[in-house]
Ligand binder design. Structure first.
Ligand SMILES: [Mg+2]
Length: 380
């Protein structure tokens, strides 16, 4: 049995590398397209030799949030690594406080580092990272697939394929890159082509105004959409609360609530009935678990969000999601399936419309070192 001491758990080294991984198809969001996913992969070595990996993910440069892979790598190398080196990796809260003292926000960078700490300590102790989060409540989670090409015929074919493979039968449809009437017509066509009762979530990605939402929400209700994500800008919680009161459809709050205080305010205002959890919003696994607690305390249900992570980032999210007392809406941690090649060779499986959570030590994944090397950005 390995001795748990601050000496052998010291953080000896922190390496970062930017990788650019092509995706199978173009993924469109309201304000940009994705054909390649970029991540910062963090490798932490402890003084006892244990190695842990984490991933910092962001969508399309500093657009979804203020971070980019280039800024994340710099923040970790120049500001976070110096305060962490020599510290006991198992003191997760203390490491989080040290990172907070060195950098404000920069949630994706901090979450990637904390993921690597959980992985390294778990590997050193031969324990799954979920054990540090309260243990496992569920070993598999219903999984949601996102349709985001904007071409209804392609999306119908893609959805039917996912159902036939028994991978996913709940779909999120991205809105906002066409006029509302075109998006609704596309949605109507997709829903008519899929088996009756197929659960559909619509993600407007903040692009509607209150007036547009008043006009088009009834059509989504009439079509039987299960939930609408962030129809209004994150900066307009009062307007979103008015919309939430008008419609008989749950509202999923994503960009609108990041900090614990914003989540509390969202719940109190009645902005949304469901909160989307993401490491990029919380800045760490422990803080994401606290975010879930605050949401639940304010009457919100939980949705396991994703930012199209590779298997490394997905595993960190799943460690938290598998430990939550409730996760009413399942998860959209589908990232590994949209990449040309995943950055793990084992640990996460998709079957029977669920994602099977990793069970091994640390994050429970095997790193695909070759792909990380092949996809690494030269000159960084
Ligand atoms: Mg979203």
């Amino acid at each position: 049995m390995m001795q748990l001491s601050s000496e052998n758990m010291d953080i000896a080294n922190i390496d970062t590398v930017i990788v650019d991984v092509p995706t199978f198809r173009t993924h469109k969001l309201a304000n940009f397209k994705i054909q390649c996913r970029s991540y910062v992969i963090i490798k932490i070595t402890l003084s006892n030799g244990a190695i842990g990996h984490g991933e910092a993910s962001i969508l399309g440069g500093p657009l979804w949030a203020e971070e980019s892979v280039e800024s994340i790598k710099s923040v970790i190398d120049v500001y976070l690594a110096p305060v962490l080196l020599g510290q006991c990796a198992a003191n997760f809260e203390n490491c989080a406080l040290l990172m907070k003292s060195a950098a404000t926000r920069n949630y994706s960078a901090k979450a990637g580092v904390e993921s690597a700490l959980f992985d390294a300590v778990g590997k050193a102790l031969s324990m799954p990272a979920t054990m540090f989060l309260g243990g496992v409540v569920r070993r598999s989670i219903p999984i949601i697939w996102v349709l985001a090409s904007g071409d209804a015929d392609q999306e119908i074919e893609e959805a039917k394929k996912k159902i036939a493979l028994k991978q996913m039968n709940v779909f999120k449809i991205k809105f906002g890159f066409m006029k509302p009437e075109e998006d609704v017509a596309r949605l109507r066509k997709i829903m008519a082509a899929l088996p009756a009762g197929t659960k559909i979530i619509v993600d407007v990605n903040q692009v509607w105004s209150e007036a547009t939402a008043i006009k088009w929400m009834p059509a989504l209700t009439e079509l039987g959409v299960s939930m609408v994500e962030q129809p209004l800008p994150a900066s307009q919680p009062e307007a979103l609360a008015r919309i939430a009161k008008r419609v008989d459809i749950p509202i999923l709050v994503d960009e609108g609530a990041t900090t614990l205080q914003e989540i509390q305010q969202s719940g109190a205002l009645g902005v949304g009935t469901v909160l989307s959890l993401k490491l990029v919003k919380s800045g760490g696994l422990l803080e994401m678990k606290r975010a879930a607690g605050v949401a639940t305390a304010n009457g919100m249900e939980l949705y396991g969000g994703c930012l199209i992570e590779s298997g490394i980032g997905a595993a960190a999210h799943l460690a938290v999601y598998s430990s939550l007392p409730a996760l009413e809406w399942g998860t959209e941690q589908f990232g590994p399936l949209i990449l040309e090649n995943d950055l793990i060779s084992s640990g996460i499986d998709y079957e029977n419309f669920e994602v099977i959570c990793p069970t091994g030590s640390g994050l429970g994944i095997t790193i695909a070192e070759d792909y990380i090397r092949d996809y690494s950005r030269k000159g960084y």
